[in-house]
Design a protein around this ligand. Structure first.
Ligand code: DAT
Ligand code: MG
Length: 151
């Protein structure tokens, strides 16, 4: 199986707008498994670590400030193909180009306030999970619906 884990975060705009349950339910109803979750206010330097790949971009400073404005809901989700499919659920980076039916397409309008982050590949998923969570914060449990989701 291609069971894998991805890092998903609801950004301060999504938290402030009351979209936590709406977003979680989309991953949950799909059949993905929640293995870690916490509400954190990242420092600006922590935000810079999270977005280090973008440090040359003109919006980097504003983006890192924004992430440190308020609580971020940090999560790890597990499932077959969850890294790639999680990005599909989220939609395109710019909500004006995200398809209806996606999280950003349905719930956001501009790129600077696109409410959610998701790892873009296996390497970044591993790095981001390690940055945001300690190993003992990742739960290990059997989800009883698994046999019905995967057969
Ligand atoms: P994604 O979040 O879809 O992985 P990304 O990694 O390219 O997109 O960029 C990270 C975040 O930076 C993105 O969610 C919102 C912000 N961002 C990206 N491009 C931007 C732009 N042109 N102007 C302002 N913010 C931008
Ligand atoms: Mg990205």
């Amino acid at each position: 199986s291609q069971m894998e884990r991805t890092f998903i975060a609801i950004k301060p705009d999504g938290v402030q707008r009351g979209l936590i349950s709406e977003i979680i339910s989309r991953f949950e109803r799909k059949g993905f498994k929640l293995v870690a979750i916490k509400l954190v206010v990242p420092s600006k330097s922590f935000a810079q670590k999270h977005y280090h790949d973008l440090k040359e971009r003109p919006f980097f400073n504003g983006l890192c400030n924004f992430l440190s404005f308020g609580p971020v809901l940090a999560m790890v989700w597990e499932g077959e193909g969850v890294i790639r499919y999680g990005r599909k659920l989220i939609g395109a980076t710019d909500p004006s180009k995200s398809e209806p039916g996606t999280i950003r397409g349905d719930l956001a309008v501009v790129v600077g306030r696109n409410i959610i982050h998701g790892s873009d590949g296996p390497e970044t998923a591993k790095d981001e999970i390690n940055l945001w969570f300690k190993p003992d914060e990742l739960t290990n449990y059997t989800c009883n619906q698994e046999k019905w989701v995967y057969g």
